[in-house]
Design a protein around this ligand. Structure first.
Ligand code: GTP
Length: 342
């Protein structure tokens, strides 16, 4: 069976981290986040990676890991459905489409079995949320069939609390719905059309955990949940740490000096954090330097940036990003893929 991994988005909500790295390659517990998805796939799957932005980093990852994968490159970003259509030549039967930025406990075998049992054309994974008014939720029949999607309903009018969890099992007929060489969204254009045509479209709810690692807060949350799952309070690669780490990760070749406190943060590789610095809810990309006595809260620092001694940047609800270089060429200045997601 084949699985198309959608990995070509710009990841604008995670900029400036994504100015230099493709989102699926961003580290989560010091491993590229796409590796969690690869590990969850049953062994006999043929992996097709729908890539575009920084696809060379994805090629490199699969090569380094010795994992066989077809990199299906788009000439330009084609959206979540356009990317699938672009990979049509590799598909010959029922197939999966998986968002690369979702970390979840979805059991892929059970998901496919459900799809086959229901004789569905489309089955999407579903996850319950509390804040329905921020999402698109499904209107579901008791047998699991989806009647429609309802965008951001007021809480008292919501037909369910279940949202699209970013994994799909599809029959090849779905490909006929997607116009080639055009930017097409699976969620906004193709799925509503298939439901409207009365085709068998089902939802599969699962237990455990689900995190969309698309925003700063959920990226840090994902890191904390995975640490907890492993029963550890922090994770350090090959680095020198003299300070204190709480619910945080530190990559390789970093120096965390004396009396530093790093709380609920993700530090990539080759960073230096000076004495007495305090970091909370921070994401620090490769090769950064944080000065002595700096105090940072809710700050995201792009690759190679420097924060001086004694600098204080403290936010509570909002986030501050540090990036003092030009934007990479061709990088959009706003979200282009799925404006439903925030
Ligand atoms: P934002 O810009 O922050 O919204 O991130 P994104 O560009 O990754 O978009 P989104 O989170 O909606 O994407 C969901 C999944 O689809 C991710 O795994 C993306 O990598 C992937 N994706 C989004 N747009 C495209 C595209 O045009 N081509 C391909 N191949 N993948 C895409």
């Amino acid at each position: 069976m084949q699985a198309i991994i959608l990995a070509g988005g710009f990841g604008t909500r995670l900029a400036p981290l994504t100015y230099t790295k493709a989102k699926p390659i961003l580290p989560l517990l010091n491993k590229p986040m796409i590796s969690y998805l690869i590990e969850a796939l049953p062994q006999n799957f043929e992996v097709i990676v729908a890539a575009n932005y920084r696809n060379e980093q994805l090629k490199e990852y699969f090569k380094e890991m010795g994992i066989k994968a077809i990199i299906s490159k788009e000439p330009k970003p084609l959206g979540t459905a356009g990317a699938v259509k672009n990979a049509e030549k590799y598909i010959n039967d029922t197939f999966l489409v998986l968002n690369s930025d979702i970390i979840s406990s979805l059991n892929i075998r059970k998901f496919i079995q459900y799809h086959v049992k229901k004789k569905a054309m489309v089955t999407i994974s579903l996850w319950p949320v509390k804040n329905v008014e921020e999402y698109g939720v499904v209107d579901l029949q008791s047998d699991g069939r989806i009647r429609k999607f309802v965008e951001k309903p007021p809480r008292h009018e919501a037909p369910s609390n279940l949202i699209n969890a970013g994994a799909y099992c599809l029959e090849t007929e779905v490909l006929d719905y997607i116009e080639p060489n055009r930017f097409v969204s699976m969620e906004m254009e193709i799925f509503p059309k298939i439901i409207e045509d009365g085709k068998p479209f089902y939802g599969y709810t699962f237990d455990g955990y689900w995190i969309d690692v698309g925003r700063y807060s959920s990226y840090i949350e994902a890191s904390k949940i995975l640490l907890k799952k492993r029963g550890i309070k922090y994770l350090v690669g090959d680095s020198k740490v003299e300070g204190i780490l709480k619910e945080s990760t530190v990559g390789n070749n970093c120096i965390i000096e004396k009396n530093v406190i790093v709380k609920s943060s993700i530090i990539y590789d080759k960073c230096i954090i000076g004495e007495n610095a305090y970091l909370e809810n921070c994401i620090v990309a490769d090769n950064c330097r944080i000065g002595k006595n700096a105090k940072l809260k809710n700050v995201v620092i792009g690759e190679g940036e420097k924060i001086g001694d004694n600098v204080v940047i403290e936010n509570d609800e909002t986030w501050e990003t540090i990036w003092n270089k030009p934007l990479p060429e061709g990088y959009p200045d706003k979200q282009i893929g799925n404006p439903i997601k925030r």
